[in-house]
Design a protein around this ligand. Structure first.
Ligand code: ADP
Length: 609
């Protein structure tokens, strides 16, 4: 068949330019990326061959590096799955791969136009690394009989201004393969045209499964390179651990947690390279979702089971009791490793939490999980800590013994929440309020909230709050009744002004400096979660909040005087609307008619001048 030429899309060209000019520091990795893709292609064909042996190649799977020093051409060939015409266009030539376009748009937003290797790692644009060393790259591939792919690079000059290392040199190539790809499961052969003596036929790599080697024998760098290979991430992993299951059946696992979140962590269709499943050292499948719950989807690694069938299918995995046991084991070990990190290196853990905390908290929505274990990992903002964040155990340790609940408030940011009128009375009494600022917090805290250390979570926004000891409470209750009695007429007048917007107007015992605030009845959805559900297209009943007023605020004293003089004074309704609007704004909420609100304010300003 005649060769067909595809043009790169403009965006891809732009990406290539950026890469070539930004990534001088470690060009050697281009070979790692090519070998990694070649090995993946063999894995995939081997997997298909399990059910249809006709597809398997005659020759054993292998990766061949072929070098022609005179022509300055280096090629990497594999007898793996190959690509169809559409796949070439989709995977390599265009920006159809969502990662590439997001990568570019995030670059154009960043102030520093240079691409850091971290960024590239996050977006997995590995194949393009070839352009760091090549002026021309050709891809020859077929995906049916005699399937395979050859990627040939016409290398740039090894001398001159933009000289690259001499990638036609046997010694250098051996070094690079040993360093980055030693564990690749297929032999990597090197052939150099015209070499004298001829290059050895021995593979360049040991092919030893890294998870089967004694831990003390494997260096940190080898572990890191293996991670980069399986995760298609260019960054160092945050941590790794090996674990073994023994008993009725045997399995080993080598797991990694990344240090940076991939760009598609929240995409529904995220690639989830996740966990690879091997059976007796034979690769079975990538992205084995059955081995990790969604909330730990960022974990990467390898599971090698001794007693599963080599013909295991995805359907069988879903019902396999062994897989279930392995999964539980991996979850436990992963949570253990994170807890350990939290205790041994808080700073590192904090940076991990910033990246992945919201995903881990998704696990709190799943009632089949051991939620207490997940809660042990949670960090959040708090009124008791000026900066940084606190763990729940630290917060509970600070609480007076007789405090039965953990108070919290959710919202978009710490700044937003610490200044909320709801928090005032708590801060005043030195009672800590935890401030949760991720979207997912609204959901786990409101729907089936878990308990931590035997304590319930209580929103400071909801219901009537008792902040005082029994004796104080009696006194406070009496005081509130007295206030309610005293303010009855005013409350009625205000209620008449805002009855379309609120369920009730009542006297508050939670405010100290703000004149009013909005609260939600126990059992009602908070405004934030209603909004969240509404945005996700759900039908949410319209819940009206309760307006609480602060009887000790001078404004209320004045309003009371106006009301006492004339309960029908029209200014009372105006003020009720203003108090309501102001409380809404303090909440970070939106006014129904902001224009009318500001008009009233302007009128008032004028009057008082
Ligand atoms: P990544 O490997 O991180 O997905 P790449 O840019 O390296 O990104 O490769 C893009 C895609 O092209 C791969 O996911 C794979 O589907 C395909 N591909 C690359 N090299 C090969 C190969 N040697 N054989 C088969 N498919 C390949």
């Amino acid at each position: 068949m005649a060769a067909e030429k595809f043009e790169f899309q403009a965006e891809v060209k732009q990406l290539l330019d950026l890469m070539i000019h930004s990534l001088y520091s470690n060009r050697d990795v281009f070979l790692r990326e090519l070998i990694s893709n070649a090995s993946d292609a063999c894995d995939r064909l081997r997997f298909e061959g399990l059910t249809d042996s006709e597809l398997l190649p005659e020759e054993p799977f292998a990766v061949n590096i072929h070098v022609d020093p005179e022509a300055r051409v280096l090629s990497v060939s594999d007898n793996g799955i190959g690509m169809s015409r559409e796949e070439v266009a989709q995977n390599i030539g265009t920006i159809a791969k969502s990662g590439t376009s997001e990568f570019l748009s995030s670059l154009s937003k960043s102030a520093d136009p240079a691409i850091s290797p971290e960024l590239i790692g996050q977006f997995g644009v590995g194949f393009y690394a070839s352009f760091m060393v090549a002026e021309e790259v050709s891809v020859i591939t077929r995906n049916r009989d005699a399937a395979g792919t050859t990627i040939s690079l016409k290398l740039k000059a090894a001398e001159g201004d933009e000289a690259i290392a001499n990638y036609t040199d046997e010694w250098l190539l051996r070094q690079i393969v040993k360093r980055f790809s030693d564990f690749v499961a297929y032999p990597i052969h090197l052939k150099i045209e015209g070499a004298d003596p001829p290059s050895s036929t021995e593979p360049l790599n040991s092919m030893k499964a890294i998870w089967r080697r004694p831990d003390e024998e494997v260096g940190e760098e080898e572990y890191a390179e293996f991670y980069k290979h399986i995760a298609h991430d260019w960054n160092e992993p945050l941590l790794h651990f090996a674990t073994k299951i023994e008993g009725n059946f045997e399995a080993r696992a080598l797991l990694y947690l990344p240090s940076l979140a991939p760009f598609d962590l929240y995409h529904r269709e995220m690639a989830h390279r996740g966990i690879q499943l091997y059976v007796k050292r034979v690769f079975i499948m990538d992205e084995c979702r059955e081995l990790m719950p969604e909330y730990l989807r960022f974990a990467k690694g390898v599971v090698d089971a001794e007693d599963l069938s080599l013909n295991v299918s995805r359907e069988m995995l879903q019902q396999s009791a062994q897989i279930e046991v392995i999964r539980k084991h991996l979850v436990k070990k992963t949570l253990d490793a994170l807890k350990e990190l939290k205790e041994s290196d808080r700073e590192k853990y904090q940076s991990f939490w910033t990246q992945f905390g919201p995903v881990i908290k998704e696990g709190l929505l799943d009632l089949s999980q051991k939620r207490e274990r997940i809660l042990e990992l949670v960090l959040c903002e708090s009124t008791a800590a000026k900066t940084g964040s606190t763990s729940l155990a630290e917060a509970v340790a600070r609480m007076p013994e007789d405090q039965e609940v953990i108070y919290y408030l959710t919202g978009p940011s710490r700044e937003h929440l610490v200044n909320s009128p709801h928090v005032e009375a708590f801060v005043d009494r030195n009672i800590e309020v935890l401030l949760f600022t991720d979207h997912v917090d609204e959901i786990w805290l409101e729907q089936n909230p878990p308990e931590f250390s035997g304590k319930k979570f209580q929103s400071v926004l909801k219901g009537e709050i008792d902040l005082d000891s029994a004796a104080d409470k009696e006194r406070d209750d009496a005081k509130r009744e007295q206030d309610a009695e005293e303010f009855k007429q005013l409350l009625d007048a205000l209620r008449a002004g805002v009855q379309d917007h609120v369920k009730e107007v009542r006297v508050s015992n939670r405010l100290t400096s703000s004149p009013a605030c909005l609260v939600v009845d126990e059992g009602d959805l908070s405004p934030q979660i209603s909004e969240l559900l509404r945005r996700s297209g759900q039908n949410v009943p319209d819940v009206k909040p309760i307006l609480e007023i602060n009887p000790t605020h001078p404004l209320l004293a004045k309003l009371k005087a106006v009301c006492d003089a004339d309960a029908k004074d029209p200014r009372l309704a105006d003020y009720a609307t203003l108090l309501f609007g102001q409380a809404m704004l303090a909440e970070g909420g939106q006014l129904e008619d902001p224009a009318a609100f500001s008009r009233r304010i302007a009128e008032l300003m004028l009057e008082t001048l």
